[in-house]
Design a protein around this ligand. Structure first.
Ligand SMILES: Nc1ncnc2c1ncn2[C@@H]1O[C@H](COP(=O)(O)OP(=O)(O)OP(=O)(O)O)[C@@H](O)[C@H]1O
Length: 244
């Protein structure tokens, strides 16, 4: 088996008296759309926040593309090919849709307004606008977008860095069914292009048709791992969900 793209080893994180992540270990293999599911409060977002450098673990280790990531830092990981989205899409509300994409390619705001952006990156932004069918919105301020459109823009922005691994935190939460289909198609397309995904998602139908393998967390640690069919029939998984 090829080396895992991401290795999470015995991560632990406590908040006061609450152990949110409890000696949590798992791997993400290249070329997969891996799901990280679990009942509310099972530690999924905390794990994401640790991997991407938004929170510091109490203990444990992370490897990405074969190298240890001693102190994960979001910007550094982004440049190395690991990027993420958030439950509440993080975009620059005062910039236009197009400017959001250009900034995501690694430009500062000053460069953006000083017109020092390379022609090739402007073209990439333009291609991304077409791919995500956002051309008609290109010059709108991002704050004017709908909730679902913001999520799409955030996803498109993340792809501007040519990531190897994308962590998606509830990509379809709160968006309408048409937008769920759109998001699913974009994930499938990028996966076909070679991007690996780790997805936190509460829509179980989507998880079961899109993801393989599925990792199930409960109380901060994996309790099941395998194909969607396998985890669905695991009594520990049923108990964790029904007991929650
Ligand atoms: N900043 C924080 N301060 C205190 N407790 C926290 C903090 N962040 C998370 N927790 C606690 O850690 C546990 C895990 O939370 P986390 O948000 O990671 O779970 P989750 O699986 O992502 O939940 P959900 O599915 O509801 O988003 C919960 O008990 C939560 O209350």
């Amino acid at each position: 088996m090829s080396e895992a793209l991401l290795v999470v080893h015995e991560l632990t994180k406590t908040f006061g008296g609450v152990t949110a992540v409890d000696r949590c270990s798992f791997e993400v293999q290249p070329g997969t759309i891996t799901a990280l599911i679990g009942p509310n409060g099972s530690g999924k977002t905390t794990v994401f926040n640790i991997i991407t450098g938004y929170l510091k673990a109490d203990s444990g280790a992370i490897r990405f593309r074969g190298d240890p990531i001693a102190r994960p830092r979001p910007a550094q990981l982004y440049r190395r090919g690991l990027s993420r989205t958030f439950q509440q899409a993080r975009i620059f509300p005062d910039l236009s849709v197009e400017e959001n994409l250009v900034v995501a390619a690694g430009y500062s705001w000053r460069q953006l307004f000083g017109r020092r952006v390379s022609e090739s990156d402007r073209e990439r932004a333009s291609t991304m606008l077409q791919e995500f069918r956002l051309e008609s919105l290109a010059h709108l301020q991002a704050s004017e977008l709908s909730y679902g459109q913001r999520k799409l823009l955030e996803f498109a922005s993340v792809l501007m860095s040519d990531p190897k691994l994308v962590l998606l935190d509830e990509p379809t939460a709160g968006v309408n069914p048409v937008m769920i289909d759109t998001m699913e198609q974009h994930i499938r397309q990028r996966h076909a292009d070679g991007v690996t995904f780790l997805v936190v998602e509460h829509d179980m139908q989507l998880v079961m048709r899109l993801c393989d393998p599925v990792i199930v967390l409960d109380q901060g640690a994996p309790i099941a791992f395998g194909t969607p069919e396998h985890v669905q029939s695991d009594p520990r998984v049923l108990e964790a969900y029904l007991g929650a």
